[in-house]
Design a binder for this molecule. Structure first.
Ligand code: HEM
Ligand SMILES: [Zn+2]
Length: 179
């Protein structure tokens, strides 16, 4: 996973819970990187999994809940870092651009990145189905990113998780409704 994601996670944890909390999590996690991350580098997915487990246990939350909260934060972080990607007219146009514009540009900037495949099907002005394919199976992160980016477009959405890779499906399916 690219360093930018780790840098955003470190920022969120330090802002919300302080430096001491982050240092504690890092020392408990036995990380190859020792918890020092730079945006352009790439780190093992194992590091992310270890960090997530330590954060969740320290907060007495489920890893999936931490991942979703982080997804919401990450959308805001991406909006600050890459505002040009949020220039689509509407929220559904933005989601449709993630696969063929956003993640394509990310891949150009960082050829060693492996963004997931996203497919969108617009059903009406207020309803969309989004499919998420990735060997990482980070569906709660996807949900957080969808919710967080909806806030950037000044709206709120319901996200229903209608199929899941963790149940043996080839992809996760989300049914998104603009409230
Ligand atoms: C402008 C907005 C976005 C930017 C700049 C962005 C960029 C990135 C980057 C840099 C990664 C890490 C790739 C790697 O480490 O190889 C990533 C992964 C990911 N992106 Fe995006 N992304 C954006 C929007 C979205 C949205 C809206 C979704 C919602 C479905 C999404 C879903 C994901 C997921 C779930 C991952 C984790 C990696 C995986 O599942 O394999 N992204 N994205
Ligand atoms: Zn899923």
């Amino acid at each position: 996973m690219k360093g930018v994601v780790f840098v955003a996670l470190a920022e969120m944890i330090q802002n919300k819970y302080g430096h001491q909390f982050w240092n504690n999590v890092v020392s408990k996690s036995e990380l190859e990187s020792e918890g020092v991350y730079t945006a352009a580098a790439t780190y093992k997915d194992e590091e992310a999994n270890k960090l997530l487990a330590s954060i969740a246990s320290k907060l007495d939350k489920k890893s999936n809940d931490v991942l979703k909260i982080f997804g919401i934060y990450l959308a805001g972080y991406f909006n600050k870092k890459y505002p040009q990607f949020f220039s689509s007219d509407g929220f559904f146009d933005f989601l449709a651009s993630v696969d063929n514009i956003v993640h394509v540009e990310i891949k150009k900037l960082s050829p060693d990145s492996t963004p997931p495949k996203i497919q969108t099907i617009k059903l009406s002005e207020k309803e969309m189905t989004l499919l998420y394919f990735s060997k990482r199976k980070l569906c709660p992160l996807a949900i957080g990113l969808i919710k967080g980016s909806s806030h950037i477009y000044g709206i709120n959405v319901d996200v229903e998780h209608t199929k899941c890779m963790h149940d043996g499906h080839e992809f996760c399916e989300f049914f998104i409704t603009i409230k």
